[in-house]
Design a protein around this ligand. Structure first.
Ligand code: ATP
Length: 489
């Protein structure tokens, strides 16, 4: 059986070889925690984000309650700026509490996350955990704020200090009133956003899993406080089902409720959707998405100022003079139900997913080594990425069997016709067997081959990536054949 670490090395090597993922600034030796998506990777990630946007926003039916939802609801989208007014981060607590505990080694100057010291490696040889070499001299754990700082404008002083957003969520909260006033939405409704977030992680690790620049796909769902638990349950189930619908096996995926000690300062309930990544120990899972019940914490904070917990609720945090420690906007964030005439601050359920972690999970899940017969019927080992067709970078590859007898011309015509519908790859280099292998490693679900028979009867073979079975299909029926197979997947 392949060990998880070996499996991960194989996946990473395939991702490099096929142009899925490259190290950022590789020609200069790379930079820790930053990654680039190559020609295939960018398509996979785009397809993933498009699938999320379509399934959560544009295909959502505002008029009917989906299965498990307590009522129909609206969904709209947003694209807010990465750098926002610095008060945003002060008011919601990131400025004060968005930190990890870190430990430095005074001897070798390496830095570790305090909670990861037992699993980290000291840079000295032979390889040991930090603190285990005689020369190790570790500091006490200290707070380290994860927000990247920058300065806005020409002046480089504290008054121009700003932050790269560590989450997309706050862009939604500060626009809640704008959306309410312009989009004709009524509570319950959700605002969705996809965008880059930045966290100066102390120890980026496990490939793209923990990066310093990454993309989030977040929904802030605004609802009546009395219905918030039902909506929380709905979103947990609905988001879990989304991953399985795109091919993550439920045996490697789990929904885990946070214990009370684990909950973030704002949350009254959080569940993580987790995946058993191959770089983890057997039985361990890594977070793909958090679904949090945030109550009215964010809207109230933006209205009143930074809040602190008191008993079961929150109160305004005051400074030594009795003034708000960080003042809110003072803008009214309440909602008036025009039917019941009730005015309240909506509660929020937040499904917050990472596009990079999801892409990595789909790549890990898709990576398969199997044996398939070659054209002589002999079994050959192959590596194949069994990506869901919606996620696959190319849906179809088109080959002429040979580069003569008019086959390339027919194949290119088919390629152009299919390109009107999907991303399609044309390849006439090398034996058909080798071309199939290239597409298997790239994750292309269907390969169309133009052969001698095509010239007689206008049919082609369509080879299925997963089963390697071939169907003979009339060129005129090709688009509907492929569409039906993609939709059936
Ligand atoms: P973790 O505990 O793994 O640091 P988190 O609980 O801080 O994650 P959230 O703040 O809930 O993460 O962010 C929502 C989602 O954003 C995560 O589920 C994950 O998919 C993604 N994400 C967060 N931090 C990173 C990161 N450093 N690199 C890649 N994706 C990330």
């Amino acid at each position: 059986m392949t060990k998880p670490t070996d499996l991960m090395s194989k996946i990473m090597s395939l991702c490099k070889r096929r142009g899925y993922i490259f190290q950022s600034s590789e020609i200069y030796g790379g930079i820790g925690g930053f990654w680039d998506y190559g020609p295939l990777g960018v398509e996979l990630k785009r397809n993933l984000k498009d699938a999320w946007w379509r399934d959560m926003v544009t295909a959502h039916d505002d008029t009917t309650a989906p299965d498990g939802a307590p009522a129909p609801y609206g969904m709209v989208g947003l694209d807010s700026s990465i750098i926002m007014h610095p008060q945003v981060w002060k008011v919601v607590g990131h400025y004060d509490v968005f930190h990890d505990m870190m430990v430095d080694c005074r001897t070798c100057k390496a830095r570790f996350r305090a909670d990861q010291v037992p699993d980290s490696e000291c840079p000295r040889k032979p390889s040991k955990h930090p603190g285990e070499h005689g020369e190790c001299d570790l500091t006490e754990p200290r707070e380290f704020n994860l927000m990247f700082k920058t300065n806005v404008g020409a002046l480089y002083d504290p008054s121009s200090e700003a932050f790269l957003r560590p989450e997309t969520a706050q862009g939604i909260f500060v626009n809640y009133r704008n959306v309410l006033d312009t989009a004709r939405v009524k509570v319950p409704f959700g605002i969705a956003q996809i965008g880059k977030s930045f966290r100066n992680e102390i120890t980026p690790r496990n490939y793209t899993f923990r990066s310093r620049e990454f993309e989030q796909m977040e929904i802030e769902f605004f609802c009546h406080p009395d219905q918030s638990q039902q909506w929380y349950a709905y979103w947990r189930d609905q988001r879990f089902a989304w991953y399985t619908s795109l091919g993550l096996q439920s045996s490697r995926l789990r929904l885990r409720d946070h214990s009370p000690e684990e909950l973030s300062h704002y949350s009254c309930g959080t569940a993580d959707i987790e995946y058993a990544f191959p770089f983890l120990q057997e039985g361990d899972f890594g977070e793909l998405e958090g679904v949090a019940h945030r109550g009215d914490f964010d809207l109230k904070s933006h209205m009143e100022g930074k809040l602190v917990r008191q008993g079961d609720g929150f109160v305004l945090e005051l400074d030594a003079d009795g003034n708000p420690r960080y003042a809110g906007s003072g803008k009214d964030m309440s909602y008036l139900d025009d039917q019941t005439k009730e005015r309240y601050i909506p509660h929020v359920v937040e499904p917050s997913a990472g596009a990079d972690r999801a892409a990595l999970a789909f790549l890990c899940e898709a990576y398969t080594e199997d044996m398939v017969p070659d054209n002589k019927g002999d079994l050959q080992a192959r590596t194949v990425l069994k990506l869901h067709p919606r996620l696959a970078p190319f849906k179809v590859a088109v080959f002429p069997l040979v580069k003569r007898a008019g086959m390339p011309e027919v194949a290119r015509d088919i390629y152009r016709e299919l390109k009107r519908h999907w991303n399609v790859y044309y390849d006439e280099g090398g034996s058909v067997g080798r071309r199939y292998r290239r597409q298997d490693e790239s994750g292309t679900p269907f390969c169309v081959t133009v052969d001698g028979q095509t010239l007689d009867d206008n049919t082609v073979t369509v080879r299925d990536r997963d089963t390697t079975q071939q169907d003979r299909v009339a060129i005129a029926d090709l688009v509907s054949f492929v569409r039906e197979r993609i939709e059936r997947a």
